[in-house]
Structure formats: structure tokens, C-alpha cells
Design a protein around this ligand. Structure first.
Ligand SMILES: Cc1ncc(COP(=O)(O)O)c(C=O)c1O
Length: 469
């Protein structure tokens, strides 16, 4: 939404101003003036329109994000949530249109997307063609297994065992359309409506959306330089016995990129066992470890019988446009996940799955991973060197041991800096995008992998030129 919001504020609200703004927005949502998916103005623009301080509008948005009225889409903005309960809305006959996406700035640090130019497209296209023309596909007039094509589940089981030490019976694997679907199904299968899942704070807002859509409440647990704070998790569990699951990104915490150390991993596994919690491990970018010894997933060490759902994705290894994720879960959970998936999607895309099975079996995927690691490592090093050179004293970072993003901490307002950089043609993702309940970190997630050397240099130049104040 680019026009003024023209909110009707209660003249004698009496309470804090930010709540008056939040209430005016919820009124407009419930009466259908602001529809699900509608884009809200930036905090600066709305503050200007209302003649209030920007922090006031920010507090109103934070309140509505916490309550689930709004959602943040990294790199796009703040929107009215898509999944508001029907009873909260005025019925409208027409389908809900999405507002047009804001024009992109010339350059963007993504939230960690890979470079589409590196996708082994020819090998994938050849394998897809072979799958389409195969006797198996031509003869298969009926539906297949909801868990996914058996050739892919077998190939993936082998890949997970040799690449990550995760022993996966193909029967316990469910192929999904991206890990987003797997995260949703995991919580649907593991939790009853009204139960709570603890998540990392700051964290991955799209996972929170999936968990809420699956009927769970989401509670943030702070993260520090060692990943999820186990002491804080213990305290949160003591306060809220409805917490029945924990979701973590231990390989490279999203968005801060830190790796959870061995001691915390063991504590987390022990705590999950002691409290009977389900663990969801979102291992979205396992292939990208540039330094040191490989760090195996929690799933490689989980004690027998622990309900751990391991979720993976090909979005970072290949491309987010190739919708392929997977979940590995103990038998009863996997069955429930498969049943829920069948209710909305009878099965995945059989020829695509067969093609990817071929790429794994023939070693193309492994070769691609090795090449991509080399390219991204060089880009990470270049970004780190340039940031060190041009932003010393303005921002700090720890060199990420892997992943496709760098977490840049700054002193002043990251939002202001992002706004100035945006004006200069560089889109940034400030910490507000990743905050759930706690204060927004003054930092940026700089997803650099899709930028070539010249673009990285230009992006750092813009960053340095747009330092606020
Ligand atoms: C933390 C996290 N989990 C999972 C994913 C992958 O999502 P999908 O497999 O649905 O593309 C992403 C992608 O951005 C991510 O950042």
C-alpha cells in the first residue's frame, strides 16, 4: 500500500498512543478495509502521516505482529496476516488480491538465497526429460506414495547417511514441496491445538507462520553467540508447561549465523528427553560449511526414541524455485504428517523427484555442492574483507563459519540505515524483520551468495555511504 493509510483514530483513546494506532489498524482489518495480504506503509511514512514519532508506529506494528494481525515478509515489508481467523473478518465476495510488490532496489542483500546462475540446470533438465519419458512414468496412470517417489527417498537416505551421519530409513522420509511444508506438517503432527512451540529469538518468521497456521502458539527464547540459550529455555519451560516442542537451526542459527556448540546440543537433547519435548531441527543450509570440521545435525546424535523431526531443503543448495524439502521423523509422527499432507496435496511432483534422485545417485548434486561451496566461500571472504575495510568503527561482525549470510551488528538504528541504503539503491534486511517478542536487534542479515564480486563491492560502498548520522 503506497497511499496514506488514513487511519481513523479514537479521539479520546486515553491509553498509550501506540495502542491507539494498533487498535485503529485492527478495526480497519476487521471491517475489511485492510484485507489479508495488504501491504502496510513503512514506519517512517506512517509516522509522518500521523505526525507521531517513528518509534510509536514501530511499537504499534510490533504489538500487532505479536498478536498475529500482521506479518513481516523479509525483503518485502509488513503485511496484514493471511491467516486471520475467519470470524475476525467481514466476509467479502471477491478473492483477496495481493498488493503489488514494491519495486526492488537495484541491489539487495537477500536473507540467504543461492546464486541461480550456479544451478546445474542442464543436468537437471536432462534428468527431468528422462523421468518424463521413462516407462515408469508413462505406465504409472495412478497416484504414487504420499511420502514421495521411492527412488528419491532411497537416494536421499543414502545422501543423509554419508553426508551428515544421519541414518534415515527411506520409509521414515517424507518429501515435501519445500521445507516450509515440512515445518507446518511437523507441528500439526506433534502438537495439539493450543500447545506451544518454543522458537529462537531472533528467528525465522516464516516458520512461526507455519507453526501458527498449524494451530500452535509460538514463544521466543533468546539466542546468543552460542545459539539458543539453554538456560532461558529451561526458565521458559518452567513458566509455561504448554510448551511441547522446540524448533532450532543449530547448524547456522537463522538469522545470526552462529553454530550451536557441542555442549549446548547435548543439553538440548537431554532437556528434550527430560521434558518429553518434540525437537524440530531446521537444517536448511547444511551443505555450506566453509571452515573447521563438519558439524553433524542433532539428528545424527539423538538418542533412540526421542521425537526429533529433521527438516531439510534443496532451496539453498539448488534454488528456492525448485520446491523440494523433506522431513525425517519417527514412524508415528511421520504417518501423521503424511496423512495431513495427503489432505491438501495427494503427492509431490513425481518426475521432478525422479530427476533429483538421479542427480543425487550420479553424484551431480555432490559436485554442485563442492563447486557452490568454493564460490560462496570466496564471496564471503570478499564481503568480510570489504566490510572490515569500509565499516570499521560503524559495524561489527563475526566471520560466519558457513551459510550464505553474514550478521552485521551496528550501533545506531538499523532501520534508519536500511532506509538510507534503500534510497541509495541497496535493499537491506534489518533486525526488526527477525524479532518475535524481544527487542529488535540492531543488525542486518546480509545474504551475499547471489551477488558477484562487483555487486558485493558496490553494495558495501552503498552501505558505507549511507551510514546514518
Ligand atoms: C531458516 C530457514 N528454514 C527453511 C528455509 C527453506 O524454505 P523452503 O525449503 O520452503 O524454500 C529457509 C529459506 O529461506 C530458511 O531461511
Amino acid at each position: 500500500m503506497r497511499e496514506p493509510l488514513a487511519l481513523e483514530m479514537e479521539p479520546d483513546h486515553g491509553g498509550p498512543l501506540f495502542l491507539a494506532i494498533a487498535e485503529a489498524i485492527t478495526r480497519d482489518i476487521t471491517r475489511g478495509r485492510l484485507r489479508p495480504g495488504a501491504r502496510l506503509p513503512g514506519t517512517r511514512a506512517l509516522a509522518r502521516e500521523l505526525g507521531v514519532h517513528r518509534n510509536t508506529v514501530d511499537a504499534a506494528y510490533q504489538e500487532l505482529l505479536t498478536q498475529g494481525w500482521l506479518q513481516v515478509e523479509p525483503a518485502r515489508g509488513t503485511f496484514v496476516a493471511q491467516d486471520l481467523p475467519q470470524g475476525m473478518l467481514v466476509r467479502r465476495p471477491a478473492p483477496v488480491p495481493m498488493d503489488p510488490v514494491a519495486p526492488r532496489a537495484g541491489l539487495a542483500f537477500s536473507d540467504g538465497a543461492p546464486d541461480p546462475k550456479l544451478v546445474p540446470d542442464k543436468a537437471l533438465a536432462r534428468a527431468f526429460r528422462r523421468a518424463l519419458l521413462s516407462p515408469a512414468f508413462r505406465a504409472g496412470a495412478d497416484y504414487g506414495d504420499v511420502r514421495g517417489t521411492s527412488s528419491l527417498r532411497e537416494a536421499l537416505a543414502g545422501y543423509l547417511a554419508t553426508d551428515r551421519g544421519v541414518v534415515a530409513e527411506p520409509s521414515r522420509l517424507l518429501i515435501t514441496r519445500g521445507s516450509q511444508m515440512a515445518l507446518f506438517l511437523a507441528v500439526r503432527a506433534a502438537l495439539s491445538p493450543g500447545e506451544v512451540i518454543a522458537v529462537e529469538e531472533p528467528g525465522y518468521p516464516l516458520a512461526w507462520e507455519a507453526f501458527r497456521a498449524a494451530g500452535a502458539e509460538v514463544r521466543g527464547v533468546p539466542v546468543d553467540g552460542g545459539g539458543l540459550r539453554i538456560d532461558a529455555l529451561e526458565a521458559t519451560l518452567a513458566r509455561d508447561p504448554r510448551i511441547r516442542a522446540v524448533c532450532v537451526t543449530p547448524h547456522h542459527q537463522y538469522p545470526t549465523t552462529v553454530t550451536m556448540g557441542a555442549a549446548r546440543r547435548l543439553q538440548l537433547l537431554e532437556m528434550a528427553q527430560r521434558h518429553g519435548l518434540t525437537l524440530i531441527e531446521d537444517d536448511y543450509d547444511h551443505e555450506y560449511r566453509f571452515e573447521g570440521r563438519p558439524v553433524l545435525p542433532l539428528a545424527a546424535r539423538a538418542p533412540e526414541g526421542l521425537p526429533l523431526i529433521y527438516v531439510g531443503s534443496l532451496s539453498k543448495l539448488l534454488s528456492p524455485g525448485i520446491r523440494l524439502g523433506y522431513a525425517l521423523a519417527p514412524e508415528p509422527l511421520l504417518r501423521r504428517m503424511a496423512e495431513a499432507r495427503a489432505a491438501i496435496d495427494r503427492q509431490g511432483d513425481a518426475p521432478l523427484e525422479a530427476a533429483l534422485a538421479e542427480l543425487i545417485r550420479d553424484g551431480d548434486l555432490g559436485r554442485h555442492a563442492r563447486k557452490a561451496r568454493r564460490v560462496y566461500r570466496a564471496r564471503r571472504d570478499l564481503l568480510a574483507a570489504l566490510l572490515g575495510e569500509h565499516l570499521a568503527g560503524r559495524a561489527t561482525f563475526d566471520l560466519p563459519a558457513g551459510g550464505l549470510a553474514l550478521w552485521l551488528r551496528c550501533e545506531g538504528s538499523a532501520e534508519d540505515w536500511a532506509e538510507a541504503a534503500g534510497q541509495a539503491g541497496l535493499a537491506l534486511l534489518p533486525g526488526t524483520r527477525f524479532a518475535l517478542e524481544g527487542p529488535a536487534p540492531q543488525a542486518f542479515r546480509l545474504g551475499y551468495a547471489a551477488l558477484d564480486e562487483a555487486q558485493i563491492a558496490r553494495a558495501v560502498e552503498i552501505l558505507a555511504q549511507s551510514v546514518p548520522g
